[in-house]
Write a protein that binds this ligand. Structure first.
Ligand SMILES: Cc1cc2nc3c(=O)[nH]c(=O)nc-3n(C[C@H](O)[C@H](O)[C@H](O)COP(=O)(O)O)c2cc1C
Length: 84
């Protein structure tokens, strides 16, 4: 008989009023997709994590809020082009 070493992994969990369908988390990390823009490429990147089954995805690691301290590899939240 196979013993499941992670009995809670596929159990849902509540965070406040939100139900998270499992305990699989994609933790924050810089995506490194180069141009700092929230574009189709970036959306597909996070979409693939969701399709893969992650219950919680923390997006935009290493994002910058100030242009002078910005690394263009990561999302530029200060850039008006990301407001749309
Ligand atoms: C390569 C790498 C990049 C990361 N980038 C970020 C980040 O941009 N922002 C952040 O808040 N945490 C970042 N982290 C921290 C992770 O989100 C996570 O909190 C940390 O790795 C602890 O989780 P773990 O024990 O499962 O590795 C990074 C971790 C790694 C290994």
């Amino acid at each position: 008989m196979t013993v499941n070493p992670y009995p809670n992994l596929f159990r849902s969990i509540n965070i406040g009023k939100k139900v998270i369908k499992n305990r699989i988390v994609s933790s924050a990390h810089g995506d490194g997709l180069r141009d700092g823009l929230i574009n189709e490429n970036l959306i597909r990147y996070y979409e693939r994590k969701a399709i893969g089954g992650a219950g919680l995805i923390i997006a935009f690691g290493s994002a910058s809020v100030y242009s002078k301290a910005s690394n263009p590899k990561y999302v530029s939240l200060w850039d008006d082009r990301n407001k749309e």
